[in-house]
Design a protein around this ligand. Structure first.
Ligand SMILES: Nc1ncnc2c1ncn2[C@@H]1O[C@H](COP(=O)(O)OP(=O)(O)OP(=O)(O)O)[C@@H](O)[C@H]1O
Ligand SMILES: [Mg+2]
Length: 227
């Protein structure tokens, strides 16, 4: 059965989408079969991958439209993706995502879920379906507060922070969290990768941030005993 990990922080702009995308690429590099799902109503990940105009989206499939293997996209970065759209917001059954992941027409080692920055049903569905929640955390109080809100929701999940030096080179981390064994540096490559519809790893595969995301992915796979 596919193992599910939600990338969540209730605070906005903490590096969830950047991390979900880079972790998917890095886990695929380690030979894992990865599916990435965009559960954010803002669909930033779908936009980032240049897949905004798909006729049938995750919203349809979650509402019961049949999904065949040929409708799942394998992107050039070697992970699978199902394009999303904002209609996902109408879903309220907490078990929907879990059921969807359990009945996919393809097998995956890992399903990564990018989640919204608000306390809405998509976040709750993601946490309900995931065994692990990875929380991108910077040293800002804003991101620590959001991380703590996730921790209160994710009572049945294992939880690991991922240290992101998003807005300063401060090295102050909330030590009440356990972290993946990596620290993601600040990098201008994040913004330039957005322009090119790639992850930061593909943007510059020998960069410091690419190496850091590979370490984070390795640590994640180790914690899940998938490597
Ligand atoms: N390592 C980094 N170095 C520099 N800037 C970064 C880094 N990670 C993220 N950012 C910046 O932060 C912005 C937000 O990142 P991202 O979209 O991944 O966060 P998010 O938590 O998914 O946001 P949202 O809450 O809107 O979904 C990016 O556009 C980028 O400008
Ligand atoms: Mg996002």
């Amino acid at each position: 059965m596919s193992r599910i990990v939600a990338i969540s922080n209730v605070a906005g702009g903490t590096g969830k989408t950047t991390s979900a995308h880079a972790l998917a690429v890095a886990c695929a590099e380690y030979g894992k079969r990865v599916l990435l799902l965009d559960l954010d109503v803002a669909t930033a990940l779908t936009f980032q991958l240049g897949l905004e105009n798909e006729r049938t989206t995750l919203a349809h499939y979650l509402q019961g439209a049949p999904l065949s293997e040929s409708q799942i996209l394998t992107v050039s970065e070697r992970f699978d993706f199902i394009a999303s759209d904002s209609r996902i917001s109408s879903l309220i059954d907490i078990g929907t995502v879990k059921h969807f992941c359990e009945t996919l027409p393809k097998d995956y080692d890992l399903i990564l879920l990018d989640t919204p920055s608000t306390l809405d049903p998509r976040l709750l569905m993601a946490i309900e379906s995931a065994e692990m929640v990875v929380i991108p955390i910077s040293s800002s109080l804003h991101s620590i507060r959001g991380a703590n809100q996730v921790r209160k929701l994710a009572t049945k999940n294992s939880i690991f922070g991922i240290k992101i030096q998003i807005n300063s080179d401060s090295n102050m981390w909330d030590e009440t969290f356990e972290y993946l064994d990596a620290s993601i540096p600040y990098s201008d490559l994040v913004d330039s990768s957005l322009m090119n519809s790639t992850s930061v790893i593909t943007q510059n595969n020998r960069s410091e941030i690419a190496a850091a995301y590979r370490e984070a992915a390795y640590s994640l796979l180790e914690k899940m005993e998938l490597i």
